[in-house]
Write a protein that binds this ligand. Structure first.
Ligand code: GDP
Length: 418
């Protein structure tokens, strides 16, 4: 049995990770986030009911599962407790099931203001952040002035550092961006204001995970965003502010690479991207409309329409190496229903003006629908050829195929936990 399974998005996020996390959580007793913040957005559909989670691991919908937030995550306490409230109102029992690392960096209201002011100022050159303060919180962490969860335990020194940080943030907000400063009260409400509620949830996640492993408990490491958004290995500067690749698990929750047994790469059967940045296989016109409308390609965090394009096997091959992928899970195969021709990018070429252009291989689409198909033998031969070609080009086998948003609409060739 594989005790530690990792789930990584292999594209620019929105690969449908939420559904697969939810599915795999049936076999795990713990789910852990290791990077990012509440800029992730997992949409889960269970028995027709939709839940969008931004911070709490999707495993929360399974009663027996403990959800952990590793120290690599930047944490908005108002958002954490809003999400907990929403879950509780929906009848989910959350108490005692969410553990938060003492090492998490805190997102302050001034981080949010800085994020928004910066994007406004950049205008055409904007990165397309979710405006939730994630980037500025990571900046403070790297600058070694950030406030962490464990700092809440000593309110006097917390307040002193908060004042220093707020002074600095407000200086930039007022003098550089020409916007209003953020008040101390608001900053205290968003941090110390939640201290009592947070205290019982604070834990040493690294130790917790070590103990769980030695007790033979199965854990799922839930990546957010996608590999091509990794701050170091992604399409910089149009990337997220954290490492999204598998290596982030070591730093983000204090687990060594040898403690990971299986790394699953989630990849959509086509490609999407939210926000700015290079996207070699992007399409427009009818194909874009087909993918976007059938795939409901609108951001679950921001509602922004996603850019759409053909499958990029050239990028996936690289990503497979970066993450030592064990296997792939291809999602949203059903969205390709009704297309006569499909194109897979096998390589790039540079045009005379320096633009990266895809080299495509053409494949036949299939007649009829793969929506809701639950066994590989029921897939049309063209769909099987398409999947086979993805395996050949990426060098990684496909263990799971998703044919619809519901948990049941899935073909599991090999279960990562067994
Ligand atoms: P994540 O951030 O990677 O979890 O991606 P999203 O939450 O944006 O999920 C993508 C969307 O696709 C959600 O609305 C899912 O319900 C939906 N979805 C997931 N898998 C499939 C699938 O195989 N087919 C279809 N049609 N929709 C899917």
């Amino acid at each position: 049995m594989n005790k530690s399974v990792v789930l990584i998005g292999t594209q620019w996020g929105d690969e449908g990770k939420g559904k697969i996390v939810d599915l795999l959580t049936l076999h795990a007793s713990g789910v852990v986030r290791f990077q990012g913040g509440h800029n992730a957005g997992h949409t889960l559909v269970v028995e027709g009911k939709k839940t969008v989670l931004h911070l709490i691991p999707s495993g929360i919908l399974h009663e027996e599962v403990t959800c952990m937030i590793g120290g690599g995550v930047v944490l908005s306490l108002p958002h954490l407790f809003a999400e907990i409230n929403e879950l509780e109102e929906a009848g989910v029992n959350v108490a005692g099931r969410v553990l938060v690392s003492e090492k998490c960096s805190l997102i302050l209201p001034s981080h949010v203001e800085l994020d928004l002011a910066r994007e406004r100022k950049l205008e055409e050159k904007k990165i397309g952040t979710t405006g939730r303060g994630i980037g500025p919180a990571y900046e403070d962490k790297v600058a070694r002035r950030g406030l962490r969860v464990k700092d809440l335990l000593d309110e006097t020194s917390f307040l002193a550092q908060l004042k220093i940080n707020l002074d600095y943030h407000n200086f930039i907000l007022e003098k550089y961006y020409g916007v209003s400063p953020v008040g101390l009260d608001e900053s205290l409400d968003s941090t110390i204001g939640f201290k009592d509620k947070l205290l019982p949830m604070i834990d040493d996640i690294s130790k917790e995970l070590r103990e769980r492993r030695s007790e033979g408990k199965a854990t799922l490491f839930e990546g957010a965003q996608g590999s091509l958004l990794d701050i170091d290995q992604g399409t910089y500067p149009f990337v997220t502010s954290s490492n999204t690749n598998v290596g982030a698990i070591s730093g983000g929750c204090g687990v060594g690479p040898k403690s990971l047994d299986y790394i699953l790469g989630i990849t959509k059967a086509y490609t999407t991207r939210v926000g700015e940045g290079p996207f070699p296989t992007e399409v427009d016109g009818l194909i874009a409309h087909h993918l976007s409308s059938r795939g409901k390609e609108f951001g679950s965090t921001t509602g922004r329409p996603r850019r759409c394009g053909w499958f990029d096997a050239n990028a996936l091959k690289e990503v497979a190496q970066l993450n030592s992928l064990t296997a792939l899970c291809v999602t949203k195969l059903d969205v390709l229903d009704g297309l006569d021709q499909l194109f897979i990018c096998t390589d790039y070429k540079e045009s005379s003006n320096g633009e990266v252009k895809p080299i495509y291989e053409e494949m036949s689409g299939w007649k009829g629908s793969v929506a809701g198909v639950k066994s590989k033998s029921k897939l049309p031969p063209e769909a099987i050829s398409y999947l086979k070609r993805i395996e050949e080009l990426s060098g990684v086998e496909i263990d799971i195929i998703s044919t619809g948003p519901d948990r049941e609409d899935t073909i599991i060739e090999n279960n990562p936990f067994y």
